[in-house]
Design a protein around this ligand. Structure first.
Ligand code: PGA
Length: 249
């Protein structure tokens, strides 16, 4: 059985005080061993997350990494740096990285491969824009984004990775994909993997992201191929984030 993962992508939000308060609240809330949780703070707060979350069941990860091992890459962060701060996961190919910072499918594949090599678990984000959905190109776009990574890392790369389907039109807009719309794309993704390797497809966690809230999480998580959520805005307040976790049946 795939265990539901509820992951909080904090994006470029936070302060030392906020991180401390939010993580303290998550840690003091009654635990639910049947749900995995993870948070993705901005880079400067990773040491604080590490010190607060070590020995807790909550995992943490980074929002990006550079594929190079080291060198002249001003402003970038390497996999080995993330490992020093205990990261288990790293987001790869978030739509904001793709659209605001020009990451191509090939860049995303490089990052995914580097994360795997380093022993991090990449959370590969894919998803279509509103225009692409309206042109009925959702599957084509998601397929292309996945193929770039499969082409580089092979199916085996997904033995230790998570996929997050995040329709760009649902991110930060308050407009969630309906459970039916999300499930349809999740099933497409799982079938695609299953056509190559049934075992990997069966174990792969596919998260939904895009305006997940306490009020819509239960319906999303009840769908067969939705194995949790990548939560942005609602992960910044402990009560909202916990309400999503508690929506897991
Ligand atoms: P949102 O963001 O929950 O604020 O829509 C999700 C994400 O970008 O991962």
């Amino acid at each position: 059985m795939r265990k539901i993962l509820v992951a909080g992508n904090w994006k470029m939000h936070g302060s030392t005080a906020m991180v401390q308060e939010l993580l303290d609240s998550l840690l003091t809330a009654p635990a639910r061993a049947e749900v995995d949780m993870a948070v993705f703070p901005p880079f400067p707060y990773l040491p604080l997350a590490q010190s607060l979350l070590a020995d807790s069941p909550i995992a943490w990860g980074a929002q990006n990494l550079n594929p190079a091992a080291q060198g002249a890459h001003t402003g970038e962060v390497s996999a080995s740096m993330l490992l020093e701060f205990g990261c288990r996961y790293v987001l790869v190919g978030h739509s904001e990285r793709r659209t605001l910072y020009g990451e191509t499918d090939e860049d995303v594949a490089d990052r995914f491969e580097r994360a795997l090599e380093a022993g991090l678990e990449p959370v590969l984000c894919v998803g279509e824009t509103l225009e692409e959905r309206e042109q009925d190109r959702t599957e084509e776009v998601v397929d292309r984004q996945l193929e770039a990574v499969i082409g580089r890392s092979g199916m085996a790369g997904f033995q230790r990775a998570v996929v997050a389907y995040e329709p760009v039109w649902a991110i930060g807009t308050g407009r969630t994909a309906s459970p039916e719309q999300a499930q349809a794309v999740h099933a497409f993704i799982r079938d695609k993997f299953a056509s190559r390797d049934g075992i990997i497809a069966g174990q792969l966690r596919i998260l939904y992201g895009g305006s997940v809230k306490g009020s819509n999480a239960a319906d999303l998580f009840a769908r067969e191929d939705i194995d949790g959520g990548l939560v942005g805005g609602a992960s910044l307040k402990a009560d909202d984030f916990l309400a999503i976790r508690d929506a897991v049946a």
